[in-house]
Design a binder for this molecule. Structure first.
Ligand code: ASP
Length: 438
């Protein structure tokens, strides 16, 4: 058995968090690969090391001294080293980095040092080997990951003692350091798990899994116990945030379970993410919702024209107008002789009048209407499929609570029911769904 663990910034924030990481790793001999983020915030109002490094780079760009910020970075890592009585030569490493900065350093290389120092310290603390990401995680020139070469390199570097890898960055074909976008250590962990054919990828953070609804809207929402990759994609598309959105692809390809866990509450099983579960066989079960997510501020453009339903090519003509303006159509609920295009208001606003003018021209509609201030709310759940009465129950509850449903979308795979409501009803709709069905 092999488990790959990734610890996020809050798990790496200070020496007491390092101690929690160590006891988690040591609790299971299969936990032999550890991927780490840079030190995160210790308390609200504190700084993330990565943010400080970005700030240092901005100062360098403008020729302004970054000495005090650089000192803060040194102090954070030196304090962890000293409290844990480790031997890592932070002074030497920081001196070398400072010299490089004076000569000129790329932003990616400078900000990657947060993960680099974290991994060196953690390797020292766990007694595992330090494996720099630049030795295995290889990018192609187009910025995609060269999975084949990276996986082969990591397999060579795996040591029986266990290894610690810095997250967030890798190396370009010309030897330069490149980072993922923010939060990218999640992807490094997933790639390491896929490279080593791990039995599980444990992603340790500061919440006990993915919550069933936004905690800013629903008080104390329950964590999701089990979610499929497809459900997670639906939820994260509409705003549920836990993982970097590219995280799941490498583990999904190899069907490696992804388990989100809480470093501050290691006994909690967290959320398990897999391709499928064998759990939707009991139609009497009431728990058909896996999670609820949503976003505000959509606009709906409705094109209505007598006879449109039998006009071959009508949808193409409409969609081409949106495509020409590089506008992503999120949903397209339709009726007989009308179709609505749901787009974000932010993307529509700059080109609204050109779009309307072009739709007039190509479609000659009977009516063309735009409604703003629409929120999209999705109830996501694999157990909804082929279960009768689910949408009826959802609409009944929304109606009973005075929430007017403006649009409805459900795909034939029945993974979700998506409703459009007025922005003002957004939070209430989520609360009603949560309180009625969870
Ligand atoms: N340290 C990086 C960031 O703050 C990457 C990560 O933590 O995943 O975005």
């Amino acid at each position: 058995m092999l488990k790959v663990l990734k610890f996020g910034g809050s798990s790496m924030a200070d020496a007491s968090q390092y101690a929690k990481v160590k006891s988690i790793v040591e609790a299971d001999p299969d936990r032999r690969v550890v991927v780490v983020s840079a030190a995160g915030k210790r308390y609200s109002g504190d700084h993330k090391l990565t943010d400080l490094l970005y700030l240092c780079h901005a100062h360098l760009q403008y020729g302004v001294s970054c000495d005090s910020i650089f000192q803060m970075i040194f102090d954070r890592y030196a304090a962890i080293r000293d409290t844990l009585q480790l031997k890592t030569d932070i002074e030497g490493e920081m001196k070398r980095l400072r010299e490089q900065m004076d000569k000129g350093i790329s932003q990616d290389e400078l900000v990657s040092r947060g993960e680099y120092f974290s991994a060196m310290l953690m390797a020292d603390y766990l007694g595992y080997d330090f494996v720099d990401a630049s030795r295995w995680l290889q990018f192609n020139f187009d910025g995609s990951v060269n999975q084949k070469a990276s996986y082969a390199a990591l397999q060579q570097l795996m040591s029986p003692r266990g290894i610690v890898i810095p997250g967030f960055y890798g190396i370009m074909p010309d030897g330069k350091i490149k980072t993922f976008s923010r939060g990218g250590s999640d992807i490094t962990g997933a790639l390491a798990a896929a490279a080593l054919d791990a039995d599980v990828y444990e992603n340790w953070t500061d919440v006990s899994g993915i919550l069933m609804a936004d905690p800013r809207i629903v008080e104390n929402p329950r964590p999701i116990e089990r979610v499929t990759y497809n459900e997670l994609r639906e939820l994260s598309y509409l705003g549920a945030q836990v993982l970097h959105e590219l995280t799941i692809f490498p583990v999904r390809e190899k069907n490696i379970p992804l388990n989100i866990r809480n470093t501050n509450c290691p006994e909690h099983p967290g959320t398990l993410i897999l391709g499928s579960f064998d759990d939707n066989d009991d139609p009497a079960q009431e728990d058909f919702i896996t999670g609820i997510a949503g976003r505000k501020d959509y606009s709906v453009i409705t094109i209505a024209k007598h006879g449109m339903s039998s006009e071959v090519g009508a949808w193409r003509k409409i969609l081409e107008v949106f495509e020409k303006h590089n506008l992503n159509v999120e949903y397209a609920p339709s009726g007989i002789d009308n179709i609505s295009m749901v787009v974000t208001t932010a993307s529509l606003t700059p080109c609204l009048y050109s779009i309307l003018a072009e739709l007039e021209k190509v479609m000659k509609p009977d009516t063309l209407k735009v409604i703003d201030n629409i929120a999209i709310v999705a109830a996501v759940g694999r157990k909804m499929a082929f279960r009768t009465g689910v949408s009826g129950k959802i609409f009944a509850k929304l109606g009973e609570n005075g929430i007017n449903v403006r649009t409805i979308t459900q795909g034939p795979e029945e993974l979700n029911i998506i409703v459009g409501v007025d922005n003002k009803d957004f939070s209430n709709a989520i609360r009603v769904l949560y309180n009625s069905f969870v």
